[in-house]
Write a protein that binds this ligand. Structure first.
Ligand SMILES: *[C@@H]1O[C@H](CO)[C@@H](O)[C@H](O)[C@H]1NC(C)=O
Ligand SMILES: *[C@@H]1O[C@H](CO)[C@@H](O)[C@H](O)[C@H]1NC(C)=O
Ligand SMILES: *[C@@H]1O[C@H](CO)[C@@H](O)[C@H](O)[C@H]1NC(C)=O
Length: 398
């Protein structure tokens, strides 16, 4: 009897210790966040074990689980929803059913998931696209793209870019009744990275006649140069996306070779001959006082050039939109950036806001003081607030 009680106590204490996540005092629905984090932690740990046993790559394992919460294209009373392809890239299209005499706004949405996970079909993204299409009476194109670990940069970028260029053709816009003067590109997390990157690329593409009116970046990843930003220091162990997990995703965009991830963790992945790039992500000058929070800027550290020679992608502006110079940023469309306080990626977004403002681009910055990464389509109240702010901004600016 005594032994059973002891065992029960030990198991109880261990699971409480495992499931308990310290949260900031201003967290809304702390129990829900803790449960979500406990779920994610369990999935991650199980998949790390699966990977350790050589059964499958970590990301492949997680994506297998995500495939159970994918939806089929289901039309409802207000929207026609279809899966189709744009230039051989699978996309899901949401078209309002209500008759209209005028052309509609068009939104090209790019899902997140660290370039490794999820799809336009994922339950949360499907819901977000439905609500966006319905509330804005807009045509929403939610694109897929090939994922890591099977595919690495620039495949993800190119898939998205090809699908977007296909959408921007006169004949396609006409087919969907989209106004070429009212097109927005948006995305969250790694989708925000791809959104910022393709919008930059469009600017200098002579083939594309239609220009996008706005871009909306939801807690985007915008650089792979400096992982010692105040937001990385403060949120290394924040729920949903720890620094360790962020680096796993970011390095996986470029290679499955884990030595890049290790070098990134020590901030020693940049060769000294790329030192000039640090000016574009220099947080001591690009973060407003409020976001510097008394952190002390450390001079960049450098590593050998071997990694950059093998995987030059992480120094490529198409993977790291913050690396564009001011001339390249000038003329970008009106921009919305949403950042969260408890997010390693916070300073990526804040620095891009400063860089765009310096280049005289119109920018709206919404900072969610009690926000965590990745919650926009998850069903928590804080995510609903993010979604409202994002859709309201599109409603006013697109
Ligand atoms: C369709 O639109 C109406 C009016 O906005 C709304 O009340 C209803 O809930 C919508 N239906 C769905 C399935 O979203
Ligand atoms: C970053 O900016 C600070 C000024 O705020 C400057 O002293 C420092 O040299 C800069 N570092 C780099 C690498 O650009
Ligand atoms: C900015 O980058 C573009 C493209 O790499 C280059 O052609 C241009 O010279 C750069 N401008 C400045 C001011 O460095």
């Amino acid at each position: 009897m005594g032994r059973k009680v002891l065992l029960f106590l030990i198991v109880g204490i261990l699971s409480a210790w495992y499931l308990y996540t310290p949260l900031p005092a201003n967290t809304e629905q702390p129990w829900a966040v803790m449960c979500l984090e406990a779920c994610l932690k369990t999935i991650n740990n199980v998949m790390q074990l699966v990977e350790l046993l050589g059964i499958s790559h970590f990301m492949t394992g997680v994506n297998f689980l995500i495939s159970f919460v994918e939806t089929s294209p289901t039309s409802d009373e207000n929207l026609t929803v279809v899966d189709t392809t744009f230039h051989n890239i699978p996309v899901r299209v949401y078209i309002p059913k209500q008759k209209t005499k005028t052309l509609r706004r068009g939104i090209f949405f790019i899902h997140g998931g660290g370039w490794c996970l999820a799809s336009a079909q994922f339950y949360g993204y499907d819901l977000l696209s439905r609500r966006t299409a319905h509330r804005l009476d807009a045509v929403v194109i939610s694109t897929n793209y090939r994922l890591a670990p099977k595919h690495h940069f620039p495949i993800q970028f190119e898939d998205v870019y090809n699908a977007l260029k296909w959408f921007l053709r006169q004949a396609v816009l006409q087919e969907y009744g989209v106004d070429p003067k009212r097109i927005g590109v948006s995305g969250d997390s790694s989708g925000g990275n791809l959104a910022a990157a393709v919008v930059q690329q469009l600017q200098c593409d002579q083939d594309v006649k239609v220009k996008v009116k706005v871009q909306a970046l939801i807690y985007p990843v915008l650089q792979a140069l400096d992982f010692d930003l105040p937001s990385y220091r403060e949120n290394a162990h924040s729920p949903i996306l720890s620094k360790e997990l962020a680096l796993r995703y970011i390095s996986e965009y470029f290679t499955t070779d884990r030595s890049l991830e290790k070098a990134m963790a020590n901030n020693q992945h940049i060769p000294v001959h790329s030192a000039h790039l640090f000016q574009f992500v220099n947080w001591s000058s690009l973060l407003p006082e409020h976001f510097r929070k008394g952190h002390v800027y450390k001079k960049p550290t450098f590593g050998s050039s071997a990694l950059a020679n093998k995987y030059p992608g992480f120094l490529d502006v198409r993977a790291a939109p913050l690396l564009a110079n001011d001339t390249q940023l000038r003329g970008l469309p009106k921009t919305y950036v949403l950042t969260c306080e408890y997010d390693v990626l916070r300073d990526d977004g804040v620095m891009y806001v400063t860089r765009l403002q310096n280049a005289r681009v119109l920018v709206t910055h919404h900072h969610i003081e009690d926000g965590f990464h990745g919650l926009i389509s998850i069903g928590l109240k804080v995510g609903a607030r993010m979604e409202n702010q994002y859709i309201n901004w599109l409603s006013d600016n697109l």
